[in-house]
Design a protein around this ligand. Structure first.
Ligand SMILES: [Cu+2]
Length: 413
């Protein structure tokens, strides 16, 4: 009796555990959790924008911007030049992605992005769930994980029941993607679950199962062990076998009959040509980089050669999704309270670089953002290399983004 009870309890536990669903909710995206070396040396995002910040269900928002995979991509992190996929990071299926493009190429499939090249992206989303979302562009890199871009807050209001998501198939049929095939999937899941459960229940009905049967097998010896399987067991097994095989074959034939034309999910890679390199009159070399911990001050010594025809100066330094602005050159206002912009944190010593001149300038990016965004742990890296994008501006306001990178030396006093 006791044996039987324990067996049933075990069985109930196994069945119950199969119903357990892991439910997680994410409040933040771990923007600050990623190692600073990874944030500074993976992808430089810039000009990231959303077309609207206040929208209703069914409204469209375009997330646009540019990115440049770093030439200083860490050796131990699988390269973006292999397989990458552009996506949007928001909690849950709160938007549907209608279209996404990099340099005009549709990004339905994965691709590869080349280090040091520039890419423009545009992702079109339709609001599906009411809420306030921190919308980030994300590049998923195979073997590495998500490389997250700057986030902007978007509010979605309205009536979720009014959400529409229909598509026209290649055969001209209009389907509702929210419910298409859902009943079918539910039916088949339930059917196989019931069949599995019946099979399980049959063998459980022969309780006690585990230990007593093991003992019986031991008594009979390996050669005669099959004797514990009765004729009824074999008959029931046969019925289940026939039932399973006919269900598989029958449903396959029915599907072929009803939907003779199907195309498999497309998983190939698509090639994205980088943007044509703009004429770049600047050559910039990072000769020294220091981070002074007490002052939260990042200091760069740069050797700049200007072969253009207009004097240039540094207006912005962007590293790890933080933006340090030289307010003498550029006026930037944060788009929302979490836009990581230090609007007056960049100081340039050595003035502008005249046409035809090679000169050393010193750039300071001093702001508490280094600390609050947990970038200071870069001093704890065994690979103390840093990188960032410098934005030079000439007298006509023309902008030249240049990546710099190199060794960083921490200063403790
Ligand atoms: Cu976020």
């Amino acid at each position: 009796m006791m044996n039987r009870l324990i067996s049933w309890a075990c069985a109930a536990l196994i069945v119950l555990s199969s119903f357990t669903v892991a439910i997680e909710s994410a409040e933040a995206h771990g923007e600050r959790a990623q190692m600073p070396q990874l944030r500074m040396r993976s992808v430089h995002w810039f000009d990231v924008n959303v077309s609207t910040v206040d929208m209703q269900i069914n409204d469209i928002v375009k997330v646009t911007g540019s990115f440049m995979p770093s030439k200083y991509w860490p050796e131990h992190v699988q390269s973006i030049e292999k397989t990458a996929f552009l996506n949007i990071g928001v909690p849950g299926p709160s938007f549907v992605r209608l279209d996404s493009r990099v340099n005009g190429v549709p990004m339905i499939r994965s691709t590869a992005f080349m280090k040091g090249e520039r890419y423009n992206f545009e992702v079109t989303l339709k609001a599906r769930k009411v809420g306030r979302y921190h919308v980030h562009p994300v590049i998923n890199v195979e073997g590495t994980g998500p490389i997250i871009g700057p986030g902007l807050w978007v509010d979605v209001g309205g009536d979720e029941a009014a959400f529409e998501n229909s598509a026209t198939t290649l055969l001209g049929q209009t389907i509702d993607l929210e419910t298409y095939g859902l009943r079918n999937a539910a039916f088949w899941s339930a059917l196989w679950f019931v069949i599995g459960l019946a099979w399980f229940a049959y063998w459980l009905s022969k309780c006690p199962i585990v230990v007593p049967r093991f003992k019986r097998v031991d008594e009979l010896g390996v050669v005669n062990a099959d004797k514990i399987i009765t004729t009824t067991d074999r008959r029931v097994g046969f019925v289940f076998l026939v039932l399973t095989l006919s269900l598989v074959t029958g449903s396959y034939m029915y599907t072929q009959e009803k939907w003779p034309i199907t195309t498999p999910l497309q998983t190939g890679k698509v090639e994205v040509p980088p943007l044509e390199a703009e004429s770049m009159p600047l050559k910039v070399r990072l000769t020294d980089a220091r981070y002074r911990i007490p002052g939260r001050s990042f200091r760069m010594e740069l050797e700049v050669t200007n072969s253009g025809d207009s004097p240039v100066t540094v207006g912005e330094f962007a590293a790890g999704n933080l933006r340090f602005i030289n307010s003498a050159v550029l006026q930037v206002t944060p788009k929302d309270e979490d836009d990581l912009i230090a609007a007056d944190a960049l100081r340039v010593e050595g003035g502008s670089v005249a046409p035809g001149e090679t000169r050393t300038i010193v750039v300071y990016a001093d702001d508490a953002l280094w600390e609050t965004q947990r970038m200071t742990t870069m001093i704890a890296s065994p690979d103390a290399l840093v990188a960032g994008l410098l934005f030079f501006f000439d007298a006509n306001g023309e902008r030249y983004p240049v990546e710099v990178g190199g060794m960083m030396i921490p200063e403790f006093v």
